[in-house]
Write a protein that binds this ligand. Structure first.
Ligand SMILES: NC(=O)c1ccc[n+]([C@@H]2O[C@H](COP(=O)([O-])OP(=O)(O)OC[C@H]3O[C@@H](n4cnc5c(N)ncnc54)[C@H](OP(=O)(O)O)[C@@H]3O)[C@@H](O)[C@H]2O)c1
Length: 259
């Protein structure tokens, strides 16, 4: 018989091991902090290793262990190196957040193939490469949580003022990838879910948000942008035992923008 657990136990991440790609700044940093606050040890990776080291140092103050690694998610060898380093340091991987992402703004008619490819390879192929490499650890463990960071941009189109078709396509792809992988790896007790954030001011979004502030706010029922902790709850929930019967889900965190 399965033993009953309290809600506090279900959300507890003490001793769990999480990799957060792009965990150095922005939404990745926020989610890594949320997991660390619930007790998880966190591995942060991105291309700029110094920013990962800085974030890792700050998160260590929460009393957890951290590891900072340089990695381009487009590069299979570098992805494998992060997985190897994590297993050698911690012996397992419980949680993967595929958060690293990029965008490119250009009209569809003008979008250069190299820019389209960069966005698809970072957002979608990077998610595939990390899931594949981490899956090889999670499958034999017979447990794991994969959280893919999509976007409301993956759920619907945008008017002609907002031109980032590669970004929309990559995020729609991440949602389809999440659902299919959930169907494939359910038999291994691995839950695969996505979070679709709305507008959060970060390096990536700041300029667009500033330029369109009033128009955006008018379409958000809660009349504000996402803040420095609005994603923590969704990340902790999908990383924890509290979501053990949830897989293939897209959790929208957008202030009601797509309601
Ligand atoms: N901000 C929003 O409003 C919003 C809304 C919906 C979804 N999202 C999604 O949230 C995620 C985080 O975005 P953010 O807003 O926090 O942006 P951000 O502040 O620009 O952070 C992006 C992170 O991804 C890393 N990264 C970029 N390319 C990478 C690569 N090739 N390999 C490894 N790491 C890479 C960056 O570090 P390096 O540059 O050092 O590699 C950085 O850590 C993205 O997937 C984004 O699409 C954001």
């Amino acid at each position: 018989m399965v033993q009953s657990a309290t809600a506090k136990e279900l959300f507890n991440l003490s001793g769990r091991v999480a990799i957060v790609t792009g965990g150095s700044v922005g939404l990745g940093r926020q989610m890594a902090e949320g997991l660390a606050e619930m007790g998880a040890n966190v591995v942060l990776c991105a291309r700029k290793k110094e920013r990962c080291e800085q974030a890792a140092e700050e998160l260590r103050l929460l009393g957890v262990k951290t590891l900072a690694l340089g990695c381009d998610v487009k590069n299979p060898d570098q992805v494998q190196a992060v997985v190897n380093a994590t297993v050698s340091q911690f012996g397992r991987i419980d949680i993967l957040i595929n958060n690293a992402g990029t965008s490119w703004g250009a009209a569809v008619e003008e979008m250069r193939l190299e820019h389209w490819n960069k966005v698809i390879e970072t957002n979608l192929t990077g998610t595939f490469l990390f899931s594949q490499a981490v899956g090889k650890v999670m499958v034999p463990q017979r447990r794991g949580k994969i959280i893919n960071i999509a976007s409301v941009a993956g759920l619907r189109g945008a008017p002609p003022e907002f031109q980032a078709i590669g970004y929309h396509a990559s995020k729609g792809g991440i949602i389809a990838f999440t659902k299919d992988l959930a169907c494939k790896w359910g038999i291994h007790n691995i839950q695969v879910n996505a979070i679709a954030p709305g507008w959060f001011p970060t390096n990536m979004s700041q300029v667009v948000i500033e330029r369109n502030k009033d128009a955006f706010l008018g379409k958000i029922p809660l009349r504000r942008f996402g803040n420095d902790h609005d994603l923590k709850g969704a990340a902790v929930y999908l990383a924890s035992d509290a979501s053990d019967y949830v897989t293939g889900h897209v959790l929208v965190v957008d202030g009601g923008q797509t309601a």
